[in-house]
Ligand binder design. Structure first.
Ligand code: NA7
Length: 533
């Protein structure tokens, strides 16, 4: 048993790397356990064609080191997966993080005993540490639908989030892809360029706004680096942790022509700027939301030549942002290619019945493929945590505790699971994640410093604080339209996973308000946490 550790960190993505660095600053002996053979987390696993950030690079990065901010230079507005991975490798190298990371090893179980944790890995190693911090990411545990016959497919089957590092030669291949979420939307235009043919199976159309990617100019890069901490402060003050300007006010206060002009401007700015810098009430007011939705539909009709295909691609019956809206890179344009076919597998169309050795059988046809790609998403937010046998006090598992709904305090701690901290845990903000992650890391680092200074043995959320946070999470989302994607399987509420509790599992009350809540808890001497000496 390795018992000379203060801290075990699970995962070596943004969160794990930042936490390891912070732990070392506090003089803690920490070890990171990482399932992948390298650092990167999300950016290690998601190597599918077209994978890139949906947030602009200059606020989708780590800020804990001024030197790091100055030394790293991004090439484009939305970096692709290879560049993101190079960045996280650079971070690991710069701070010599790898010497404290065990790669290609999965944590299988964690059990709380008296005042520390026993951690078991799939290599058979047993570690003991006083503290655990998980940095598992919201979108980690793959969701593979239980299609009958999936194993019988005779061609090559790939999951986007397990795409081979060496790539896949799709030239001349007949490719099918299931899924048109943020992943499918990125992959489809790129696969279409390479494959002989691409058939897209769409169950729910999404509202896709173009990202408007482009290379960054040298003077722009210099300016962004010079203003980095000003930009970070702005991001920390924004409800989705993005350094955006407010919109023009409520959408319905403008006449139709002016509203359209503002939407056009937002469309040209790209990605999430369309959502947040046009009007301030798109996720609050159903009429404002419908105006944005109809604008996007009008763009689809403009871009896609075939009116029937345009109609199939047009989302209806749920609000824009009721599901996480993807950012596009010539997404709708891809459907104008002769080698791309869209198949409606919604309940109104012809749902997928089974996977056959030759391909996909829907209610009314069979499609034959050499390659089948699943872009079917994740058991989001809780899936990666409950896949580990986490046992707190009295042997209760996290999975049991969260059967009806996830319960946490600030998304960071769980009653009954002392000395365990979950970066980006359930009911923490779904927003621009590196900014949220670093706030979490700072907060946890401060708790650990405090515990050491005060001789604290255990830190644990009280049941009351946890219940109160649960109420606040629920109250915060109520005025928004963000949970109205349940009928279209939004992962925001667990509705994409059959049998999972359908309840909002992230904080939508504003990342800025969340940061303030975390700061307030700390200022009040860690109110809501039970500290035992
Ligand atoms: P998503 O957004 O959960 O998308 C999964 C896609 O797979 C979506 O289009 C689903 O259709 C489709 N899907 C899932 N199960 C089925 C079945 N059984 N039949 C047909 N189609 C199915 O995952 P992504 O990986 O694209 O994105 C995840 C997040 O990563 C994203 O939100 C960003 O935050 C980054 P559905 O819409 O459920 O009808």
């Amino acid at each position: 048993m390795n018992d000379d550790l203060d801290l075990v960190i699970v995962g070596a993505g943004f969160a794990g790397l930042a936490m390891l660095h912070r732990a070392r600053e506090s003089g803690l002996r920490a070890r990171v356990i990482e399932a992948g053979s390298g650092v990167g987390g999300t950016w290690f696993w998601n190597r599918y064609p077209g994978a890139r950030t949906d947030s602009e690079c200059y606020y989708y990065q780590l800020s804990f080191s001024k030197e790091l901010v100055q030394e790293w230079t991004w090439s484009e507005r939305y970096p692709g997966q290879p560049e993101m991975l190079r960045y996280l490798d650079f971070v690991a190298d710069k701070f010599d993080l790898r010497r404290d990371i065990t790669f290609s090893t999965r944590v299988t179980a964690m059990e709380f005993r008296e005042d520390g944790w026993d951690v078991t890995t799939d290599s058979g190693e047993l570690l003991r540490a006083k503290w655990i911090v998980t940095g598992l990411g919201f979108l980690t545990h793959p969701h593979v639908p239980e299609f009958p016959g999936l194993d019988s497919f005779a061609g090559d089957l790939y999951l986007t989030c397990r795409w081979p590092a060496e790539g896949v030669d799709l030239a001349g291949k007949r490719v099918g892809i299931i899924g048109t979420g943020a992943t499918g939307v990125q992959a489809i235009p790129i696969i279409a360029q390479e494959a002989a043919s691409l058939t897209v199976f769409q169950r729910t159309p999404n509202y896709v706004v173009p990202a408007q990617n482009r290379p960054l100019e040298p003077d722009e890069i210099a300016d962004l680096k010079a203003r980095h901490y000003e930009i970070l402060a702005k991001a920390r003050g924004h409800s989705f942790a993005m350094p955006f300007d407010p919109g023009h006010g409520p959408a319905m206060e403008f006449d139709e022509e002016e509203r359209r002009r503002i939407f056009e401007d937002g469309w040209a700015r790209g990605g999430f700027r369309f959502l947040f810098e046009t009007f301030d009430d798109l996720i609050l007011d159903p009429d404002a939301n419908e105006a944005a939705a109809e604008f996007i539909r009008s763009k689809i009709r403009e871009i896609v030549y075939d009116p029937e295909v345009a109609e199939l691609l047009s989302p209806r019956g749920y609000p824009y942002s009721g599901k996480r809206p993807p950012a596009g890179h010539d997404y709708y344009e891809a459907y104008n290619r002769d080698n791309v076919t869209l198949v409606d597998v919604s309940a109104k169309g012809a749902p997928i019945r089974e996977i056959t050795p030759a391909g996909v059988r829907t209610a009314d046809a069979e499609y034959e493929f050499d390659v089948l790609v699943l872009a079917t998403g994740f058991d989001a937010v809780t899936g990666a945590l409950t896949a580990i046998d986490v046992r707190g006090r009295d042997g209760l598992t996290l999975k049991e505790k969260w059967l009806d709904a996830p319960k946490t305090y600030l998304g960071l701690t769980v009653a009954g699971f002392p000395n365990l901290f979950t970066i980006s845990g359930p009911m923490s903000p779904f927003a621009n994640l590196p900014v949220c992650i670093e706030k979490n890391v700072e907060w946890i680092g401060n708790v650990l410093d405090h515990a050491r200074a005060e001789g604290v043995r255990t830190v644990e959320a009280t049941e009351e604080a946890e219940a109160d946070w649960g109420r606040r999470v629920q109250e915060a989302v109520e005025p928004t339209l963000l949970t109205l994607g349940e009928g279209v399987h939004s992962w925001f509420t667990g509705a994409n996973i059959p049998g999972k509790a359908h309840v909002v599992n992230v904080w939508f009350g504003g990342a800025n308000n969340y940061f303030a809540a975390c700061d307030e808890v700390a200022e009040r001497g860690y109110e809501g946490l039970r500290l035992t000496r």
